[in-house]
Design a protein around this ligand. Structure first.
Ligand code: Z5A
Length: 207
């Protein structure tokens, strides 16, 4: 049985997930809520190895099926060794990306069948779903421009603009399908406005 809350941050690259994850952690800690901060793909030793393989631009060509399965292999480890134990002891888990990213990137970006992703989601996660997902949404060019300030480019970042447009549409379609869980925050606004909107989305979890 899970006692803590499971919150995920999603969005295209450079929209501010990492920045706002730190902000959310501080907000929760001010309320004396124990927090576990983690990310996907990753979060355990094996899952971080898989992350490295998945993001390394020098990896051998990774097929769409392998990419999808590796995302879920990393997730299975992450859930068993980090997410479930943290929730069970009452921590709130803040996760930088989760399965919505698979629907958006492998489903939207790579055109993989939703039914296959759904099957894997049920197989790997059982009933586990986030209590709240904050979808940071901005025009793709804005996020790309912010992300371009970094020196290293990963395997996904070398995709074309059209790939990221499909990812963004995939995310927005999910938000429409699950309006109770997924709250869209306009990430091209000034950071203080973005963070006000995040707090507003968080409030129902404190009741
Ligand atoms: N992936 C997948 O395909 N399938 C899956 O199931 C999962 C993942 C789980 C992981 O990358 C890759 O894995 C990802 C999808 C794939 N590939 N891509 N692309 P990641 O999540 O680690 O990396 P990322 O998406 O590229 O994240 P990022 O570039 O680190 O961006 P971010 O965390 O969203 O942004 P940030 O670092 O917080 O902010 C970027 C800059 O913008 C920074 O200088 C901030 O100070 C600035 N910023 C942030 N907010 C603002 C506002 N509001 N105004 C102005 N400036 C701002």
């Amino acid at each position: 049985m899970s006692l803590g809350k499971f919150i995920t941050l999603e969005g295209c690259e450079g929209v501010g997930k990492s920045t706002n994850l730190i902000f959310l952690k501080e907000v929760l800690e001010q309320r004396k809520i124990p927090v576990t901060v983690t990310r996907e793909p990753g979060g355990t030793q094996l899952a971080e190895h898989l992350r490295h393989l998945l993001l390394d631009p020098d990896s051998e060509a990774i097929s769409k099926k392998s990419e999808l399965l590796l995302m879920f292999a990393a997730r299975a480890q992450h859930i068993k060794h980090v997410i479930q134990p943290a929730l069970a002891k009452g921590n709130w888990v803040l996760c930088d990306r989760f399965t919505d990213a698979t629907y958006a990137y492998q489903g939207g970006g790579r055109n993989m069948k939703t039914a296959n992703i759904e099957w894997l989601e049920n197989f790997v996660q059982g009933k586990l779903r986030p209590d709240l997902t904050i979808l940071l949404d901005a025009p793709v060019e804005i996020g790309m421009k912010r992300a371009q300030k970094r020196i290293v480019t990963d395997r996904f970042e070398s995709e074309e603009l059209s790939f990221f447009e499909r990812v963004r549409s995939g995310y927005l379609a999910l938000a429409e399908a699950y309006p109770e869980r997924i709250k869209v925050v306009h990430a091209n606004n000034p950071l203080s406005d973005v963070q006000d909107a995040i707090i507003e989305a968080l409030m129902p979890l404190f009741k």
